[in-house]
Write a protein that binds this ligand. Structure first.
Ligand SMILES: [Zn+2]
Length: 297
């Protein structure tokens, strides 16, 4: 199957059919023209946990290869349990930030490489909103400072508005930069077909083989106790990542989309790994389309 998915087959419906690449293959395609020092990589997470769910495997693989990895957590995550008395907003913000630090420790990222933007959860500004310009300005200053060569950011059509807003924030900030980092987009909430946008032409979709670091990714996910356990049990409306919702992120691969330059399109032959066949056929049995979608945090 071609890596160009701009046809009638939507890639999130059947991700196991997508090409599978090793991290070294991806890095050599992305950074072919760069020699010398490891270029910095930026991970953009709309909420505390998206970096681990969407890119935890990539982060661990990059750190194993000594790439500097910085993580920006855009919103403060305080909407996951808005009615908890034990965890009012300030306490929840601190709790979730600590969970992020713990998760990223498992993936090899130091606290000093994490920036918490603390924008309001559920209200990360979109381009039409007045707060957008200020957020873009801030984002631009930090991008100039960090000068990442590669940015992993949320999929532009992710159904969650904070995820789309985070994509727009980066787009706005990069528009006036005099360099163009490579961009890879990662999906989080795209399994609901009713909310999907058509895939634009020219977008490449493929999977990254994370089998060698899957155990560490799963361990990092367990750091998010406020999201996956009864830790906060005094808010009946609180958000919970259920096992079904977590399942797509416990696969031995992660899905990425690339619109710019499409480095891997030059040679779409996937890396084969017979060890993945069984896991893939298991996940094929899982209904990717029947998972409940909750826009709850
Ligand atoms: Zn999120």
């Amino acid at each position: 199957m071609s890596a160009d998915m701009s046809t009638d087959t939507f890639p999130f419906s059947s991700p196991v059919q997508l090409p599978l690449f090793s991290i070294d293959r991806v890095l050599s395609a992305l950074f072919a023209e760069q020699a010398g020092a490891m270029p910095p990589v930026l991970i953009v997470a709309p909420h505390p946990d998206d970096e681990t769910l969407g890119c935890g495997g990539a982060i661990a693989l990059l750190r194993e290869r000594s790439y500097p990895v910085h993580v920006w957590v855009i919103s403060d995550g305080t909407k996951s349990h808005p009615n908890s008395r034990r965890y009012p907003a300030a306490a929840l913000r601190a709790l979730r930030a600590n969970e992020t630090r713990t998760a990223l420790t498992h993936l090899g990222v130091a606290d000093t490489a994490i920036t918490f933007w603390d924008l309001p959860d559920g209200a990360v500004p979109l381009p039409e909103q007045p707060e957008f310009a200020l957020a873009v300005e801030r984002c631009q200053a930090q991008l100039i400072d960090l000068a990442p060569s590669l940015i992993l950011l949320p999929w532009r059509y992710d159904p969650h508005p904070d995820h789309r807003a985070s994509w727009w924030l980066l787009q706005g900030a990069m528009a006036e930069l005099d360099y163009s980092p490579r961009l890879l987009e990662y999906p989080i909430w795209d399994w609901d077909p009713a909310q999907r946008q058509p895939l634009p032409r020219g977008i490449q979709v493929w999977r990254l083989d994370i089998s060698s670091v899957l155990a560490r990714k799963v361990q990092a996910m367990t750091a998010y106790r406020s999201q996956i356990t009864d830790l906060i049990d005094d808010d009946p409306s609180g958000f919970r990542l259920t096992p079904d919702m977590l399942a797509p992120f416990q696969q031995p691969w992660e899905m990425y989309l690339e619109a710019s330059k499409a480095a891997l399109a030059v040679d779409p032959a996937p890396v084969s790994d017979s060890g993945l066949v069984n896991l893939d056929s298991k996940s094929r049995d899982r209904s990717w389309l029947s998972l409940d979608y909750h826009l709850a945090f």
